[in-house]
Design a protein around this ligand. Structure first.
Ligand SMILES: [Ca+2]
Ligand SMILES: [Ca+2]
Length: 373
């Protein structure tokens, strides 16, 4: 009899404990469910924002691809369609870069001098440069015999390497013997090349270092020339640009009296016929970047005078990148690399050399066009 009240109180205690446990468990369950739901909603929102950013990038690309649009049409190329949403389009002449295939497949002995200048600018010594240059030559030639410092099948010991054909992308160059050292010393080496460049170097688009490497111009003179190009505002491709109107003027400004043999097989020009258009779609913190390389069949003038275009060329509608034909890649599994020069289609006189999507690096600035002073 003595133990009965004690038993009842223990049972009540146990029941209370059980209820408290259940409440705690249910609170946890509700919390987890709410968390999962929030995550789902966030995922849907993220997908929707990413999709919208891509649509905006496509819209920007279509506008930039119109031959009537000039690189300095800031009000057209930088638009905020609703708060925090819009696109930023930039365009520049692709001929400011060297075409590696033109350079490596030419028999002109002066090209080696240019390649040596380039390697020197990247911080490589003569021995390292010889190895890389000969290995690049071996990579694009069709035979299996090595240049003096080069590399063929035996060196790579990997099926399909070297490709023994021209580069289809600049990225393929990174597979060549010695290029890992270039990557370490000068990570921006890719900016010097384009497989879509016409082969004529546009001195109104090229970097000062590249101009020096190709023309032998004094580095300071080349820097001044590039600074002058951008005009008083210091921004390339704006109305105030002071690009060289013709090659003799450019050479005079660069202090290169006559090119002589230095130029090798690289002709120089002051305009690009190949244009690269990059479009970044922005939705809040989300960004998607699309780019197109177009051959407009006529030169693109530098910033000040804008794109020469319009007359005789049908406006270009941007084809959706999803339907762009993609040719098979190289043997080492670099898919999607088109054969350079093959083109991906044409609209009017405009040939589409490449359409693609890129990671967004760096800051594109504000969505709204800067106010003119
Ligand atoms: Ca070879
Ligand atoms: Ca400018």
């Amino acid at each position: 009899m003595k133990t009965r009240p004690a038993n009842a109180s223990t049972r009540r205690g146990s029941a209370l404990l059980a209820v408290m446990w259940i409440i705690a468990l249910m609170t946890m369950l509700v919390g987890t469910t709410a968390l999962l739901l929030t995550e789902d909603v966030q995922t849907i929102q993220t997908r929707s924002d990413m999709f919208r950013a891509r649509m905006l990038a496509e819209a920007g690309l279509a506008i930039g691809a119109n031959p009537g649009v000039k690189p300095d049409d800031v009000n057209l190329l930088r638009r905020e369609v609703s708060p925090g949403e819009g696109y930023i389009v930039t365009m520049h002449g692709e001929d400011g870069r060297l075409n590696p295939n033109r350079l490596l497949q030419s028999d002109d002995p002066n090209n080696r001098g240019i390649l040596l200048n380039i390697m020197k600018a990247w911080g490589l010594n003569l021995d390292e440069s010889q190895i890389i240059i000969d290995s690049l030559l071996d990579w694009v030639d069709q035979d299996d015999s090595e240049h003096m410092h080069g590399a063929e099948k035996k060196f790579y010991n990997t099926p399909g390497m070297p490709f023994n054909r021209p580069f289809r992308t600049v990225e393929e160059m990174s597979l060549v013997r010695g290029m890992s050292e270039v990557e370490r010393r000068y990570p921006n080496w890719r900016d010097w090349f384009s497989v879509y460049a016409s082969g004529t170097l546009d001195v109104n688009e090229a970097s000062a270092e590249l101009i020096t490497a190709v023309t032998g111009a004094d580095p300071m003179m080349a820097q001044q020339f590039v600074a002058r190009r951008a005009g008083p505002d210091g921004i390339p491709h704006t109305k105030d640009d002071m690009t060289a109107p013709d090659l003799p003027t450019a050479l005079r400004l660069l202090g290169v009296p006559s090119l002589g043999t230095q130029q090798g097989a690289i002709p120089l020009g002051v305009q690009s016929s190949i244009v690269r258009i990059e479009s970044v779609g922005v939705v809040g913190n989300f960004k998607r970047k699309l780019f197109a390389v177009l051959n407009r069949g006529m030169p693109m003038a530098g910033g000040g005078s804008g794109l020469s275009g319009g007359a005789g060329i049908a406006p270009v509608a941007s084809p959706p990148p999803s339907v762009a034909p993609v040719t098979p890649g190289g043997p080492a599994g670099l898919p999607g690399a088109p054969a350079p020069g093959a083109g991906m289609g044409a609209v009017g006189n405009t040939q589409i050399l490449w359409l693609g999507e890129q990671d967004v690096h760096g800051d594109e600035g504000p969505l709204t066009a800067p106010r003119r002073r």
